[in-house]
Design a protein around this ligand. Structure first.
Ligand SMILES: [Zn+2]
Length: 301
C-alpha cells in the first residue's frame, strides 16, 4: 500500500512537472517612437507610445506596462523607461528619449533647445539628419561634383547623376529649372544660420534654416531649385510653378523627395519648402512617395 502511494505521488509529480513548461522568454515590448519632442508644461500621454507588449504565455500585457513620469516644466532632455514583466518574472525594457522644447508661435522650436545625436552613417544616402540628428564633426563628402546647370553648386556623385536625369527630364518637357543651393560646408552653414538669426530672428531662422551640422545641405544630398534666377527665388511661388509641380509628381522616380512638406511641419519642424529636394535613392523615395511619409515617420523618430 505504501509503495503504491509513492508511485502515485511520483506519477503526479512527473505529470505536473511536464504539463506546464517554464516561461523563460521575456515579453516583446515595442514603442511607437524612440525620441519625441514635447512643449514646455505639456501633459504626456505615456501609454500612447506603447506599440505592443505581448508575452508568449501570458498574452497581451499592455495594461501591465510600467513607466516613470518626466518633468516638462523646463527645457532639456530626459528619458521614459518603459518596463513590462510576465508572470514568471521575465522583464523587458525600452527607452523613449524626451526633449522638452519651447515652441514659438509658428509651432517651431529653436534647435538649441535639443542636444542632437550624432549619426553613424553619414555616407549612407538614406541617412536621417534633422534638428535632433547631426552630422559627425569634421565629416565631409568625398565625391562632390558640380551640377549640370551651375558649376558653383555641388552634389555627391550618386545624387548628381540622379539630378542630371531629373534636370534633363524637366527640360525635355519645357520646364524652367535652376539650381540655387547644393552642398554647403559647415563654415557656410554657420554663416548662413548666424545671418538668418541676426536679420530675421531666432523664430524665423529655426523655421527655414538648419543649425550648423544639422543641415542636409552638408551631406551633399540636398539641392534647392527654382523656376527663376531672379528676385526671391526660394519662395512659396515655387510650389505653383511648373518645376514645383514636377518635383511633387516626378522627383521620386529619380530618387528625390520633397523633404519639408506643407502638411508635415509638425513632424519635420521646418517650414514648408517646396524648393528643397533631398536625394535618398529611388527605392526609398518611391516607398516614401507611395505611403506619404517623411523620413522622420519612416524611421519612427
Ligand atoms: Zn534647402
Amino acid at each position: 500500500m505504501k509503495k503504491c502511494l509513492c508511485l502515485i505521488l511520483a506519477g503526479l509529480f512527473v505529470l505536473t512537472g511536464c504539463s506546464k513548461e517554464e516561461d523563460k522568454t521575456a515579453p516583446a515590448l515595442e514603442l511607437t517612437k524612440s525620441r519625441i519632442q514635447v512643449g514646455l508644461n505639456t501633459k504626456i500621454d505615456y501609454t500612447s507610445f506603447v506599440q505592443k507588449a505581448v508575452d508568449e504565455v501570458d498574452g497581451d500585457l499592455v495594461s501591465a506596462v510600467q513607466y516613470n513620469e518626466v518633468d516638462t516644466s523646463k527645457v532639456g532632455q530626459s528619458q521614459i523607461q518603459y518596463t513590462v514583466k510576465d508572470e514568471s518574472g521575465n522583464e523587458s525594457q525600452q527607452t523613449l528619449i524626451v526633449d522638452v522644447v519651447k515652441y514659438f508661435k509658428n509651432g517651431i522650436y529653436n534647435p538649441l533647445n535639443v542636444t542632437p545625436d550624432t549619426v553613424k552613417n553619414p555616407d549612407d544616402v538614406t541617412v536621417l539628419v534633422n534638428k535632433v540628428h547631426q552630422i559627425p564633426e569634421g565629416w565631409v563628402p568625398d565625391d562632390l561634383e558640380p551640377v549640370i546647370d551651375n558649376k558653383n553648386q555641388k552634389l555627391r556623385k550618386e545624387a548628381n547623376d540622379a539630378y542630371t536625369k531629373f534636370y534633363n527630364a524637366a527640360k525635355s518637357k519645357g520646364i524652367d529649372i535652376y539650381s540655387i543651393s547644393g552642398y554647403r560646408t559647415n563654415a557656410t552653414q554657420t554663416l548662413y544660420w548666424n545671418n538668418q538669426v541676426k536679420v530675421y530672428g531666432e523664430e524665423y531662422a529655426s523655421q527655414y534654416s538648419a543649425y550648423p551640422g544639422r543641415s542636409e545641405h552638408q551631406l551633399g544630398l540636398a539641392i534647392d531649385i527654382s523656376y527663376t534666377t531672379q528676385g526671391d527665388r526660394l519662395s512659396e511661388k515655387v510650389a505653383t510653378s511648373p518645376i514645383g509641380k514636377f518635383i511633387v509628381s516626378d522627383a521620386y522616380k529619380y530618387g528625390f523627395i520633397l523633404r519639408y512638406q506643407k502638411d508635415k511641419v509638425a513632424i519635420t519642424n521646418y517650414g514648408y519648402e517646396p524648393w528643397h529636394m533631398r536625394y535618398v535613392g529611388v527605392e526609398l523615395a518611391t516607398k516614401l512617395h507611395e505611403n506619404g511619409l517623411t523620413l522622420e515617420e519612416y524611421y519612427k523618430q
